[in-house]
Each structure stands twice: as C-alpha cells, then as structure tokens.
Design a protein around this ligand. Structure first.
Ligand code: UDP
Length: 238
C-alpha cells in the first residue's frame, strides 16, 4: 500500500471549469462532472477545502478595463464566486458529499462567514469546506484567496484545477514546441511570469512552503491520479 503524500488539500477551482460548450456560465452537467471528480477524491479519505473562482461570470479587472469602477467591479466578481460556491455545494450534496460554504463577505442567509476554527470542525466531521469571495477585498483574486486559505487551514498542498494540464515554458497555443514542466520552482514562475497564479498567490505559497499542483480537472480521473502521484500535472515547489 502506498502512503498518500498529502492528508489535507486545498482545491482551487477556476470558474471556467464550470462552463459548458453552450455558453452557460454554470453548466449543471459540467458542474456535476467536476463534483464527481471531487467526490472520488473525498472517498479516498482526503480532507478537502475548496476555493472557487468567479471568472466564468464576472472578472473585476476586465470590467474595469471597460469603464467600471474597479472596487465595485471586484465586489461583483466576489459575488460571482458565491454563486459558483453554491453551485459546487449543490452538485456535491446531490451525490452525497456533505459540505459547508464559508464566504469572506458575510451573507448569513445563504452561507457561513469564514471562521477558521469552525472550518476545522467541519473537516474533522468529514465535510468539504467551500470558501467563497476570495480574501473578501477588492484588488485581489481567488488565487490569493486559495493561497491564504491553504496557509491558514494548514493544507499540505494547493491543487489548482483548471482546463489545462499544467504549466508550460511558453503558451502552447502560440508556440507549438512549448513543453510542460513536471516541476518548476516558485522563483522561476515569478521570474518568467509563467501563467500559474498571480504573483501574490505564488509568493504566499512560497513563503509558507505550500506546493502548487496545476492539473486539468475536466479530464476524467485525473484529479485522483495526480494525487496518487500519477496523472498529468505540474508541481510548483522550492
Ligand atoms: N475578487 C476580488 N477579491 C478577491 C477574490 C476575487 O475582488 O479576494 C474578484 C475579482 O474581480 C476577480 C473576481 O472576483 O476577477 C473573480 O475571481 P477570479 O478572477 O479569481 O476567478 P477565476 O479566474 O479563478 O475564475
């Protein structure tokens, strides 16, 4: 029997992984498939925190470029993450996975506020804790929210579930010879400005020694395989 490398992990779900081909921002079938991947991993005994993005619905920076006031646009982006969190919660609970949503912006009619000790208790009881609204402040992203929650919840690693299979030395859509890193250092990611997570999230992970594993969560079975040390991914580490 192989000993799992990680016990408690944080999964960062980009909003785009919930999108369907049909242009639906939150596609129920796609969300159900992603929930299935998460449930498979949960069933293996991992403690699981999730931070959800909102880019499938609203991105503050993009809206500000078109004339929105930045802080207001970021507030809208954070609200989008709460919608995604509820969608993921719904999909997980429909397949029997117990969850709680905690939002960095209080919304007591629909979810809990972020309370670390309470989140700990949820994990002890076998629940998946879904963190919404990033860090709760404008001018940040949910990548920073993911790094922050991974640090405060003492997660062994941050898994970034996206629709690409890792980190490349160049954009594979532009450079056909681009190659995927198996592992890459935090400093290389920052120096080369590689598209992993934003710089503040990378440095928070570096300073707290939290490996970042980038993988495609839309590939069936890949999340569990990557956790088992197989599957396709890139690990950002020291
Ligand atoms: N956001 C924010 N503060 C945070 C987290 C998110 O202002 O702590 C806003 C920001 O406008 C961002 C949007 O919420 O563009 C959606 O989050 P993000 O772009 O990180 O989502 P993802 O790309 O992961 O889907």
């Amino acid at each position: 029997m192989t000993i799992p490398r990680y016990k408690r992990i944080l999964l960062k779900l980009s909003g785009e992984v919930l999108m369907g081909e049909n242009g639906l921002a939150i596609d129920p079938a796609v969300t159900a498939r992603v929930a299935g991947e998460i449930a498979d991993v949960k069933a293996q005994g991992y403690e699981l925190c999730i931070v959800v993005g909102g880019g499938n619905i609203f991105r503050g920076l993009a809206a500000a470029a078109k004339g929105f006031e930045r802080a207001t646009a970021d507030h809208m982006g954070m609200l989008a993450t709460v919608m995604n969190a509820l969608a993921v919660q719904n999909a997980l609970e429909q397949i029997g996975v117990s969850t709680r949503v905690q939002s960095a912006i209080s919304m007591d009619k629909i979810c809990e506020p972020v309370i670390r000790r309470r989140a700990e208790r949820h994990l002890e009881k076998g629940r998946v804790v879904i963190f919404a609204a990033g860090v709760g402040e404008p001018y940040f992203t949910t990548d920073s929210g993911a790094a922050l929650r991974a640090a405060e919840m003492k997660c062994d690693a941050l898994f970034k579930g996206t629709s690409v299979d890792g980190v490349y030395d160049a954009d594979p859509k532009v450079v056909p010879t681009a190659t995927r890193y198996e592992t890459v250092s935090y400093d290389t990611v920052l120096a080369k400005n590689l598209k992993v997570m934003d710089a503040s999230a990378i440095s928070l992970c570096r300073d707290n020694d939290i490996p970042i594993v980038v993988f495609n969560i839309r590939e069936h079975g890949n999340f569990a395989a990557v956790l088992a040390g197989e599957g396709i991914s890139t690990t950002v580490q020291k």
